[in-house]
Design a protein around this ligand. Structure first.
Ligand SMILES: N[C@@H](CCC(=O)N[C@@H](CS)C(=O)NCC(=O)O)C(=O)O
Length: 307
């Protein structure tokens, strides 16, 4: 993987021995229990991945987590859910403080998820794909004994291809629809999104999960977009050919995951809706947050166990 200069990142973010040696000008941080804090927000799909993977792997006791609230002040994410508006471990009011601790001149995005080094208060990485990758590969010694194999060797190549398509057309595709600056760009993004949604619908008709009969990283990545689909993307991002609830296989699959420990319990629909509809003033200038849809449908029977 290459160093992405507009994000604070270290590739790899964590190495077991602390000596990455991949990027001479980018420090690496050793894996160390109780040293780092995952800063996430329940609203954000990219952060949601990290919350889910941390839980599935049983890393809660070695990697603490701070949660920013769903909306922002003028300097992005704040810890307004915490008593006194301060993260109890970092002592920060804003995630921006961790970015400035790493680089006092930081004037780019303040994004979640971020891994923060607690002793120095500095962001280690905000590179979301490498965060979950590292939690699996570099933090292995600290996984719970029955942790799922989220990156199985025997289907890695196919899984990477599936994740690439899901990322481009769906995870990122919904944003491309929502933030397109022209009718042509929107039409193109919409068509690409739905052709991949149809492909996923077909793929999931005869298999329980994306890679067959076990949950992998690919499912985590698709789930976080599907969980937001009808509540936000269908309306706010104009991804409205149909609702997720109208695609039998995908809807069954999404509910199956939602009802699996570690998935649905990370979802807060109120925070999700407030984030998108309030923060994106450009596409929702009134800031009005829709009341629906009824989230109880997520708990209905999915029947996917037969697969
Ligand atoms: N932009 C990040 C991905 C994570 C991301 O976009 N997170 C969003 C929230 S969903 C964010 O923190 N945006 C900055 C903000 O909301 O101020 C990246 O490309 O590395």
């Amino acid at each position: 993987m290459t160093y992405v200069p507009d994000r604070i990142t270290s590739k790899p973010g964590h190495t077991q021995d602390g000596y990455g040696g991949h990027e001479l000008d980018v420090p690496t941080w050793p894996v160390e229990p109780d040293r780092y804090r995952l800063v996430a927000a329940r609203a954000c799909p990219w952060a949601n991945r990290a919350i889910i993977v941390r839980g599935l792997l049983g890393l809660e006791d070695v990697l603490s987590m701070g949660l920013a609230g769903p909306t922002h002040d003028e300097r992005s994410w704040t810890f307004d859910l915490d008593p006194g508006g301060v993260d109890p471990v970092l002592g920060y009011e804003r995630l921006q403080q961790a970015y400035l601790a790493r680089d006092p001149g930081w004037d780019k995005g303040i994004t979640v998820p971020a891994i923060v080094d607690v002793p120095s208060g500095a962001v280690v990485t905000s590179d979301f794909p490498s965060i979950t990758h590292d939690l699996f590969f570099e933090w292995r010694d600290h996984h719970r004994p029955d942790a799922p194999d989220l990156w199985p060797d025997d289907c890695r190549e196919e899984m990477e291809a599936v994740m690439k398509r899901v990322f481009t057309d769906v995870n990122n595709g919904v944003y491309r629809c929502g933030f397109s600056g022209s009718q042509e760009a929107y039409d193109e993004a919409y068509d690409v999104l739905w052709s991949t949604m149809d492909w996923l619908e077909e793929r999931l008709t005869d298999r329980r999960y994306l890679m067959g009969d076990r949950i992998t990283e690919a499912d985590v990545r698709l789930f976080t977009t599907l969980a937001r689909f009808d509540a936000v993307y269908h309306n706010h991002f104009k991804c409205n050919r149909n609702k997720l609830t109208e695609m039998p296989a995908l809807w069954g699959y999404a509910r199956d995951l939602f009802q699996t420990p570690g998935f649905g319990d990370t979802i807060d629909f109120d925070q999700i809706k407030r984030h998108y509809y309030v923060v994106h003033e450009d596409i929702n200038p009134t800031g009005i947050v829709p009341k629906g849809p009824d989230p109880s449908v997520w708990l209905t029977a999915h029947g996917r166990d037969r697969l």
